[in-house]
Design a protein around this ligand. Structure first.
Ligand code: SR1
Ligand code: MG
Length: 403
């Protein structure tokens, strides 16, 4: 049944100030200003700030449609509830890696949380060639804890079924099913790419039946594997960073899905930045150095995930089969192969699908950009097709470094 939102109206820069005063986050007499700073695809995001004391909050409000397309693409406001519920769970597990929620109102599709503007969006930092020594370890830790503790291995198995029903997120899952797993692999009108790329896409993607067979299996995994509560959109635009701090935001796509999906999303975005450096760093030596740093992040995020997941497994024997020695090994192998396949799909969707990434879009030289786009398509395809042959993360690092 579709929920009704009779009290809903989108906030403006002025009305959001009044509302935050009304609910007591600011006193009536405080000199407060607000700015709409949302640059994502879906929501309004206001920074609301006391100009004198610098106390500030982020007020995020879902719109009843996808902002990136317009009112012709209606979208459920229930995603604000899902995001808030997921943030609360993540924050309970990992307060240092997630923002604190100060207020949420389901009827207004509004969540008020920490202002993280002392940090930068990871994607922007990577485009600038910045190094973040902690981020791969932090994201590996985030993935292991959030996934393990929301799976049948880390929580009561009956409670997990109830949790899955409260995180049913059909409309946002459908976006992923279409934009990640379907449209880019066919000549669909949501796709977006320069016309010069069309023959290459036709040859290597749309007419590749072996690729479609594998993507169909990956999409089926996404549709059916209810393994853990996943973030659902863990790209580098969903992560705030500094050299010594990491915060994961934006889990509005959360649902109970496959273990490997968030891992694959993060790796895919590192790969996209790796490839885009050809258009950002002209000095070959510095470029190689930076790309090696990105490869070390790919390596570290998987290793930290694997190690942490293993240690959580060993200390939380929640199911009798968790003591069977080969079970965990086989499970981790299948998570790894799913993650690499999902990463491949994500690399392809961000290159020719509806929503691109700034890493590639901001490349000024059109020829270099085209080369990078072709490399992304080729690498994405290779990851999908050969994922069952990869044994370790070293194999992935090698394949990326050769592209
Ligand atoms: C219509 S939404 C397009 C994309 O933006 C979000 O970040 C998700 O990745 C979604 O696929
Ligand atoms: Mg988002």
């Amino acid at each position: 049944m579709t929920k009704e939102y009779p009290n809903y109206a989108p906030f403006t820069e002025q009305t959001v100030i009044e509302y935050l005063k009304e609910i007591g986050l600011f006193a009536k007499e405080e000199p407060v200003s607000s700015e709409e700073i949302g640059d994502g695809n879906l929501n309004l995001v206001f920074r609301v700030k006391n100009e004198k004391t610098d106390k500030s909050y982020i007020a995020k409000q879902a719109l009843p449609y996808a902002k990136v397309v317009g009112t012709s693409w209606p979208l459920t406001l229930d995603r604000a509830r899902i995001e808030y519920e997921a943030l609360k769970k993540e924050n309970t597990l990992l307060p240092e890696l997630t923002p604190t929620v100060h207020y949420a109102n389901e009827e207004l599709a509004l969540t008020v949380m920490d202002d993280l503007s002392h940090l930068v969006i990871m994607r922007k930092g990577l485009i600038q060639g910045e190094v973040y020594p902690k981020v791969a370890k932090d994201i590996g830790t985030f993935l292991a804890h959030t996934l393990f503790y929301s799976s049948d291995f880390g929580m009561d198995q009956q409670d997990k079924k109830l949790m899955a029903s409260s995180f049913t997120n059909p409309e946002l899952c459908k976006i992923t099913e279409d934009l990640v797993f379907t449209d880019p692999f066919f000549d669909h009108d949501t796709n977006s790419f320069p016309e010069e790329l069309r023959p290459y896409i036709e040859d290597t993607i749309w007419s590749a039946s072996d690729l479609k067979e594998e993507v169909a299996l990956l999409k089926f995994n996404f549709l059916t594997k209810g393994e853990a509560l996943i973030h659902g959109d863990l790209h580098t635009g969903s992560i705030f960073v500094s050299p010594n701090e990491t915060k994961v935001i934006d889990p509005e796509f959360a649902f109970v899905g496959p273990f490997g999906f968030d891992i694959g999303a993060f790796i895919a975005n590192l790969i996209l930045n790796y490839l885009s450096q050809e258009g950002h760093q002209p000095d070959e030596k510095q470029r190689e150095q930076y790309q090696n740093y990105l490869l070390s992040c790919i390596q570290e995020v998987w290793e930290v995930f694997e190690e942490t997941f293993t240690s959580l497994w060993e200390t939380n024997q929640n199911d009798v089969y968790m003591t069977v020695p080969a079970f965990r090994k086989k499970l981790l192998e299948s998570i790894f192969q799913d993650a690499i396949g999902f990463a491949g799909c994500k690399v392809i969707r961000r290159t020719i699908g509806l929503a691109h990434v700034e890493d590639i879009e901001s490349i000024q030289d059109a020829n270099v950009k085209l080369t990078v786009q072709k490399k992304a398509l080729a690498l994405g395809k290779e990851l999908i097709l050969t994922r069952h042959q990869f044994q370790t993360i070293d194999d992935i690092v090698k394949v990326v470094s050769q592209s």
